[in-house]
Write a new protein. Structure first.
Length: 250
């Protein structure tokens, strides 16, 4: 019999999606916890089974924030009718860059890692508007909600890290949450089969150097993460307080 005092499951096992996780239950610097069953992160919701749809409905999810590009969205439309999808497009660049290196005869696993890190830097350099818009929605309280892209590990991973930072979750806990992707993400065996196996391994997982590359870009562009939250994402003191009121347990 399940202990009624036990926290909810962080990972929800769905047949038609992977890496569907709850950002609740994490401690913050002020001694609170992030609220369970308010913010979820996942890969795309276009292949959910009927049983998966019922699971998502039972969670009460009504909003999805989708970082996929135009073609990605068209190939996997959300199958849960009750969910309103908000598009925050960040066009994918990694596979095209890898294929260009393959054609040039330069593609190796270290090159693939460099391309992954550069894509994270570009989230800060070129895509801050999408993350800023996400926080605008979060402040309007659409919870329970889900944040996703195609794989739910890179664009979604950086967005999740920003949310946890804004709520005051310590860096080491954010890193642990980010790396859970390597436990729960199921790679699509039919994707990018023209690329070498070691390259597909590099792009099919996450490592701390990817998130570190984004933080490096934050440092170069804004000085530090707190300034990025304030000036890049427009989260002043009032907005941070409002976020914590909505998404932290009192």
């Amino acid at each position: 019999m399940q202990d009624s005092s036990a926290p909810p499951a962080r990972h929800l096992s769905l047949q038609g999606a992977s890496n569907f996780r709850d950002l609740g239950g994490y401690p913050t610097a002020d001694g609170r916890l992030t609220r369970w069953r308010h913010i979820f992160r996942s890969n795309h919701l276009g292949q959910l089974t009927a049983a998966d749809v019922e699971t998502v409905r039972a969670l009460g999810v009504r909003s999805a924030f989708d970082f996929r590009g135009v073609e990605e969205r068209a190939s996997g439309v959300c199958v849960v009718d009750e969910i309103t999808v908000h598009s925050l497009p960040i066009e994918p660049t990694v596979v095209a860059a890898l294929r260009a290196e393959l054609v040039a005869g330069r593609l190796t696993a270290p090159v693939a890692l460099d391309i992954m890190r550069e894509s994270y830097r570009n989230y800060v350099r070129h895509n801050t508007d999408s993350f800023r818009t996400l926080f605008g929605h979060l402040l309007e309280d659409h919870a329970p909600l889900v944040i996703h892209c195609t794989a739910g590990k890179d664009r979604t991973g950086f967005a999740s890290a920003l949310i946890l930072h804004a709520l005051g979750v310590p860096d080491e806990v954010i890193s642990e949450d980010y790396l859970l992707t390597n436990q729960f993400y199921r790679r699509d065996p039919s994707a990018a089969t023209d690329l070498p196996e070691d390259v597909r391994n590099a792009i099919g997982s996450v490592e701390t150097s990817y998130l570190g590359a984004a933080y490096e870009a934050v440092g170069r562009e804004y000085g530090d993460l707190e300034t990025y939250l304030r000036d890049g994402l427009r989260l002043g003191t009032a907005e941070r307080t409002a976020l914590k009121a909505r998404y932290l347990q009192s």
